[in-house]
Write a protein that binds this ligand. Structure first.
Ligand SMILES: Nc1nc2c(ncn2[C@@H]2O[C@H](COP(=O)(O)OP(=O)(O)OP(=O)(O)O)[C@@H](O)[C@H]2O)c(=O)[nH]1
Ligand SMILES: [Mg+2]
Length: 222
């Protein structure tokens, strides 16, 4: 990110950008959810299974999200870890009606949580217990129990029941994600607000001292 971008971010002229990883088994509804979060004129009418991954963008009131929509198919899941370092937040989607594969979803979640690029970070994780409209769907409380979410102690997490086709439950999730991500951005901003003047003072002092010790030099700070 360039200096101008950072300055406009600090002055709130531009929405802060956040990279989000969207993970979960194939057919859980990741792409449908992300599509629904885009403005209606940017939404696609035709959702097809994701090959590899795709990048999408959507905005909330204060943030601009860049989403890495990863394919959940078994043969592509080994791609996920290559993007863990980039991610500042995670959306993990579960098909609440797919009881048979809930154990596979839990295995993938456990592998994610134990990965060295994720394990020691307080990265926020938003879970969507999706497909709530289907008759076989279990409640979000049950999904939470089946995935043992209460064992996640070192990361902020939240689970929302959703119906991605109708768009129900998505806004609640994005509001939570925004609040948690802004919390981390504020820490960054405070650091930047402290560091920027320090770097400027150091630069001026350093160039002044350098010029004084070199009589032929024009004082660049004037
Ligand atoms: N009934 C119902 N169907 C849904 C819901 N969300 C998604 N679907 C359907 O589930 C299917 C898979 O949705 P996708 O969004 O492609 O799933 P995905 O998780 O992106 O799948 P991969 O890209 O293969 O990893 C599509 O037919 C969607 O229409 C939902 O909340 N309710
Ligand atoms: Mg997809």
């Amino acid at each position: 990110m360039g200096l101008l971008d950072r300055l406009s971010g600090l002055l709130r002229l531009k929405k802060k950008e956040v990279n989000v990883l969207c993970l979960g088994l194939d057919n859980s509804g990741k792409t449908t959810i992300i599509n629904k979060l885009k403005p209606s004129n940017a939404q696609s009418q035709d959702i097809v299974p994701t090959i590899g991954f795709s990048i999408a963008k959507f905005k909330s009131s204060s943030l601009s999200f860049t989403v890495f929509d990863m394919s959940g198919q078994g043969r592509y899941r080994n791609l996920w870890e290559h993007y863990y370092k980039e991610g500042q937040a995670i959306i993990f989607v579960i098909d609440s009606s797919d009881k048979l594969r809930m154990v596979v979803a839990k295995e993938e979640l456990d592998t994610l949580l134990n990965h060295p690029d994720i394990k020691h970070r307080r990265i926020p994780i938003l879970f969507f217990a999706n497909k709530m409209d289907l008759r076989d769907a279990v409640t979000s409380v049950k999904v939470s129990q089946l995935l043992c979410l209460e064992n996640i102690k070192d990361k902020p997490w939240h689970i929302c029941a959703s119906d991605a086709i109708k768009g129900e439950g998505l806004q609640e999730g994005v509001d939570w994600l925004q609040e948690k991500t802004l919390h981390f951005c504020k820490e960054d901003t405070l650091l930047e607000m402290f560091l920027c003047p320090c770097v400027a003072i150091f630069y001026v002092t350093f160039t002044t001292v350098l010029c004084r010790s070199n009589p032929g030099c024009e004082d660049v700070t004037k």
